[in-house]
Write a protein that binds this ligand. Sequence first.
Ligand code: NAD
Ligand code: WQD
Length: 342
Amino acid sequence: MNAYKTVLVTGGAGYISSHATLALLQAGFDLVVLDNLCNASAESLRRVAQLSGRAPVFVQGDIRDRALLDHLLAQHWVQAVLHFAGPKAVGESLAQPLSYYSNNVGGTVNLCQAMAAASVFTLLFSSSATVYGDSATVSITEDQPLGQITNPYGRSKFMVEQLLGDIVASDKRWRVALLRYFNPVGAHESGQIGEDPNGIPNNLLPFVAQVAVGQSPELAVFGHDYPTLDGTGVSDYIHVVDLAEGHLAALKAIYSCPGMEVWSLGTGNGYSVLQLVRAFEAASGRHVPYRLAERRPGDVATCYAHPGKAAAELNWISKRDLHSIMRDAWRWQSQNPDGYRG
Ligand code: NAD
Ligand code: WQD
């Protein structure tokens, strides 16, 4: 039995959100998806509907459009919001900081104003482990001091966390979950939905997949002299379906948690860049040529979640291992070599 019935999913046609949308539809929620399609295709939602046997209401539009939000929240009797919308590329945010602050900070302010006006006070926010910055510890708990964030994207996420804390403090009706994702990877096991990056991917696994199919000649491994098992950086890669299930668990939990809660969504395990490359090669049967390159500014040697708080409070842990991640990533990539354009 779901405590909420109708949920608005902002940015719901995207990579993580399409998997969350599928999980929520399968769990019986009614969904309204608002996405401006700046980094997505409506084809993802068509496939989600096919997989779940139920279609979300889809509205193409922008979270900064207040009149549209007012209309959607009222017309569909929305009770809770999953807020994914916003750009996410660290490099792009350095070149276009105002666009990141406008979308991520301005968009969230607009959304919260519209929610309050419509008496919708439950929000799950897609935050990021990037808010932990250059942490001194490697197994990161939610009470870790934040800061030392090196780019406008990360700072925009940090600012949103702060502003959400302020509105929760000002009005006891709010229930807000800050979900700090580690490194989402993989695809739905059907091979029907997955990550479809525009142009050259920003993140490691989509880039590895492009090298494997010959769309890029080789991978540059950023840093080979870190104090790790093989000298390359160690990160916490979480299967996107596990992450989607984390949203379902958080939505159920927040119903009985007034105020603001923070949950890191990660696996608690770290893998190095070269371990990830070898696991991809094993799952795909493809060779991934690589060269060792300089460290990338802003990277850390080792970073993974301490998943204890989410396990205790959400009754959620990640279940899918590195092999499943690679198998599902490869199934998506090989069945959809041109992504949703195919
Ligand atoms: P994505 O780009 O696939 O999804 C974001 C979606 O939001 C896209 O469908 C895009 O078209 C839409 N969108 C962007 N701006 C919008 C606006 N102003 N109005 C309406 N729709 C808009 O990205 P993703 O990887 O699925 O990330 C989803 C969320 O999770 C983002 O907030 C991102 O910052 C956060 N996050 C992502 C990662 C990651 O590594 N992928 C890690 C931590 C946090
Ligand atoms: C992982 C590892 C790289 C590319 C980023 C954002 C973070 C969050 C998740 C949104 C690192 C190495 C990478 C390449 C490489 N996103 N690498 N060659 O940096 O942990 O996190 O995505 O919130 O904010 O910063 O992920 O996939 O870029 O890198 O060697 O071509 O792969 O150095 O060790 P990252 P990533």
